[in-house]
Design a protein around this ligand. Structure first.
Ligand SMILES: CN1c2c(nc(N)[nH]c2=O)NC[C@@H]1CNc1ccc(C(=O)N[C@@H](CCC(=O)N[C@@H](CCC(=O)N[C@@H](CCC(=O)O)C(=O)O)C(=O)O)C(=O)O)cc1
Ligand SMILES: N[C@@H](CCS)C(=O)O
Ligand SMILES: [Zn+2]
Length: 763
């Protein structure tokens, strides 16, 4: 009998109910009780939707982030929030979001002002977690209240509960020792708290606990491998059965380690780690369960159920009751329900599966394994028909695009001259001062902008009125920037719902959903567009907005585009061709936009590649292959322009040490990056490499509502100038300003411009 379970369900809600409840609570418009009631209602609904499974995840629900929740469960609270006397949920929000000094006054009685915890991406996904903070003095102390409350709630609802927790080794690996101490030194004490937690769950009647250790799909050094041995030998006497869950890739050289840890079961990603499965069956002790993640938890395509069954049936023969099946990873990374989509083309829709549909697929597989394929002949036939239609569909294949990709040669990615020859021509054209000031692209996406777009999409606003509303926002952004005295302006991106979805909506080969939201961090969501076919650009996508913005001012206006690698990495992409090929198609399409902007007289074009570094494979051994095609794609996009046209790129993450050669290989004239939080030390990588082009090291952190002061910015830029020649430095924030308010942006940029002026003529 194959047994079914799930690793996690999207918690944001099919209509983003959690997002709206959170934001309403944060604005002070609803109570904490109302927020908690929304959480409970979502959990109940999600458990009902998973009721067909043999085991259902519990504890995967989080009001903000599951890693932050784990920190609270382990009593690992940053010192700055310890001793808080209010509700624990408010305290998690304090760590997650911080409290500005200004709001500290208003919140003096409840939560006071605190710095937000650092946020970083969860493995190679677009989900971001709050980084656990450690010091050598960290002491863990169990607080199982959140998990026990969710468990009790699920038990009262008759749910076959399998609590889900982050495992101890992954928890340590994902955190940061703020004092540079050795995180692994904390393992022994951490394990006593994990043992206590597991014992508590056993007392509550829990049989299985899913303990997530995705770090096992990365390259581990001897100390971390040893930590796994220590951890699971210490936990082996606990009374619950542990299902050690790995996902997002291959175990590869960690197979033996994973197979032999003393746990009751192992879950592996049978999509990205398919090659692990046969060796693992050989390695796995005979009493252990093997859970195979056979439904892709990272994309939105229907599973080829017949092919999976062809592969699974012999394994089921061998494993018998020891075989469990599940999605490859938590379904957090896919939208909730395809049935909500009323506007998707019916043929395309017939190729897709969101979270609920993925669980239906799992049920079909289990029935086929347990009762024979005949018991599910109809759904299997329908599945085959949909996949055959997708394979043959002319809408997927465009011979013109394929021919253009086949014609790509080295010449396409090469600029006319080297940077040293381009730079004076650009300087002559742009006539910028030293330390030129600019921003990264977006200005606040106000409620009015979002409302206008919602009205436009719902047909309550016609094209002309929508265009006028967006032009008014652009005009406002231009006015504000001129008043501030910035040297290179941006149009502000008012017309963009998102830096990726906006382009997906306009490219052929892409589809977009109405409700396909996926959590990015906290209450913030993205709606990744669906790349289903060969990509082409039927019409210019940005030229009208940028030329309108330029028509309002004589100051240079940057054209603003998202690059092919970022569009690819933040979309749901094809599984029927290599990512590198889809990326080249995107590169050709965005290149056309670059050339149209240039023809329209735009002198500076920024091509954001926020996700280029983010998209690095989890295993370093695969980095080179990825960087080769990613950098080539960027070059194809950017490098068809004349010497006089200045190409900028932007990356809002900062660790470039390992990939500086690839960054230099992109050959952008200017790169703007995040550096403020590291006190400019991250520029060392550029300095050591003798990075030859211009750099805008971010001088203030846009994630914080705090207003940077002029002296601090001057100080940061002076540090930058110790590493990079001043004539190659720009002054800009770390990233775009879309999540901020104008009341924060204006004083911050005023100080930034004043700092640049001071740097130009020091007294
Ligand atoms: C740089 N980041 C990005 C990532 N990935 C992307 N695809 N895009 C990114 O920018 N990954 C890493 C980081 C993550 N950072 C963020 C930052 C901010 C957001 C965010 O603000 N998301 C918005 C949704 C944006 C959007 O698509 N808006 C649409 C729809 C707006 C909407 O909800 N409309 C309402 C009606 C109007 C209203 O009441 O407001 C509705 O439809 O019901 C738009 O502007 O048209 C968010 O709200 O979560 C995400 C990632
Ligand atoms: N141009 C984009 C880049 C974000 S990474 C923005 O400013 O929002
Ligand atoms: Zn950015």
């Amino acid at each position: 009998m194959a047994f079914t379970h799930n690793l996690g369900f999207p918690r944001i809600g099919a209509r983003r109910e959690l997002k709206f409840a959170l934001e309403s609570y944060w604005r002070g418009e609803s109570s904490l009780d109302a927020l908690k009631a929304t959480g409970a209602a979502l959990r109940q609904r999600h458990w009902q939707e998973q009721a067909g499974l043999d085991l259902v995840p519990v504890g995967d629900f989080s009001f903000y982030d599951q890693v932050l929740d784990m920190s609270f469960t382990l009593g690992n609270l940053p010192e700055r929030v310890q001793g808080f006397e209010g509700d624990a949920l408010d305290n998690t929000f304090r760590v997650a979001r911080g409290r500005s000094a200004a709001s500290a006054e208003a919140h003096a009685d409840c939560c006071g002002g605190v710095a937000a915890g650092e946020m970083t991406k969860w493995f190679d996904t677009n989900y971001h977690y709050i980084v656990p903070e450690f010091t050598a003095d960290t002491v863990f102390r169990l607080d199982a209240s959140r998990l026990l409350a969710q468990l009790a709630e699920s038990q009262a609802q008759g749910v076959r509960a399998k609590p889900v927790i982050v495992g101890p080794v992954t928890y340590l690996a994902l955190g940061k020792a703020k004092d540079g101490s050795d995180r692994l030194a904390l393992l022994p004490q951490l394990l006593t708290v994990y043992a206590e937690l597991l014992e508590t769950l056993a007392t509550e009647g829990v049989e299985w606990v899913q303990i997530d250790e995705p770090i096992l799909v990365t390259e581990l050094d001897a100390d971390w491998r040893h930590a796994f041995e220590t951890a699971y030998h210490q936990l082996k006497s606990c009374r619950v059965k542990l299902l050690l869950a790995t996902y997002f890739g291959q175990l590869a050289e960690n197979q033996y380690l994973a197979a032999n840890l003393p746990v009751a079961g192992l879950h592996v990603d049978a999509i990205n780690g398919r090659d692990d499965v046969l060796p693992l069956i050989g390695l796995l002790p005979a009493h252990k369960v093997l859970s195979l993640g056979v439904i892709n938890g990272r994309n939105i395509w229907k599973t080829d159920l017949t092919t999976v069954l062809d592969w699974l049936e012999p394994l089921a023969e061998r494993l018998g009751d020891r075989l469990w099946i599940a999605p490859s990873c938590s379904l957090l990374h896919v939208p909730v329900d395809l049935a909500s989509e009323e506007k998707l083309d019916p043929e395309l829709k017939s190729w897709l599966a969101f979270a609920r549909q993925k669980l239906d697929e799992l049920a079909v597989l289990a029935t086929a394994l347990n009762q024979g394929r005949a018991a599910v002949a109809e759904p299997l036939a329908a599945n085959q028909a949909a996949l055959a239609a997708r394979r043959a569909s002319p809408r997927v294949h465009n011979p013109r695009v394929q021919a253009a990709v086949a014609r790509i040669d080295a010449h396409l990615g090469r600029r006319e001259s080297h940077y040293a020859q381009r730079a004076p021509k650009q300087a002559e054209r742009l006539r910028l001062p030293a330390y030129p000031t600019t921003t990264i692209g977006s200005f606040p996406q106000t409620a009015e902008i979002r409302q206008a777009r919602a009205d436009f999409k719902a047909g309550r606003l016609d094209v002309a009125a929508y265009k006028a509303a967006m032009q008014a926002e652009i005009a406002r952004a231009v006015r504000e920037q001129e008043t501030l005295g910035l040297d290179v302006l941006v149009h502000g991106e008012a017309e963009r719902n998102d830096m990726v979805e906006y382009f997906g909506e306009q490219l052929d080969g892409y589809a977009f959903s109405q409700f396909g939201w996926v959590q990015s961090y906290g209450s913030r969501c993205v709606k990744p567009p669906i790349l289903f076919g060969d990509i082409s650009r039927p019409n210019p996508m940005t030229v009208e907005w940028i030329t309108y913005a330029q028509s309002l001012t004589d100051t240079p206006m940057k054209g603003m585009l998202t690059g092919p690698v970022t569009i690819l990495n933040w979309s749901f992409v094809r599984d029927d061709q290599p990512r590198s090929l889809s990326c080249k198609q995107l590169a050709l399409a965005i290149r056309e936009e670059v050339l149209d902007l240039e023809s329209a007289g735009v002198s500076i074009i920024q091509i954001d590649e926020a996700a280029l570094r983010e998209g690095l494979p989890l295993r370093k051994a695969q980095w080179k292959g990825y960087l080769d095609w990613a950098v080539e794609s960027f070059r194809i996009t950017a490098n068809g322009v004349r010497d006089e046209t200045q190409i900028h790129t932007h990356m809002c993450y900062s660790e470039f040490n390992d990939i500086i050669e690839a960054i230099a290989g992109m050959d952008a004239d200017v790169i703007t990056i995040e550096t403020s939080r590291s006190d400019m030390e991250l520029l060392d990588a550029f300095d050591d490499f003798n990075y030859p082009n211009e750099i805008g090291p971010g001088v203030y952190d846009i994630h914080s509502p705090n207003i940077p002061n002029e002296a601090h910015i001057v100080q940061l830029m002076q540090k930058a100038a110790e590493r990079i020649p001043p004539e190659r430095l720009w002054v800009n924030p770390d990233c775009g300003l879309k999540t901020r308010q104008w009341a924060e942006v204006i004083p911050a940029l005023r100080n930034m411009v004043a700092a640049a002026q001071r740097l130009r003529s020091p007294v």
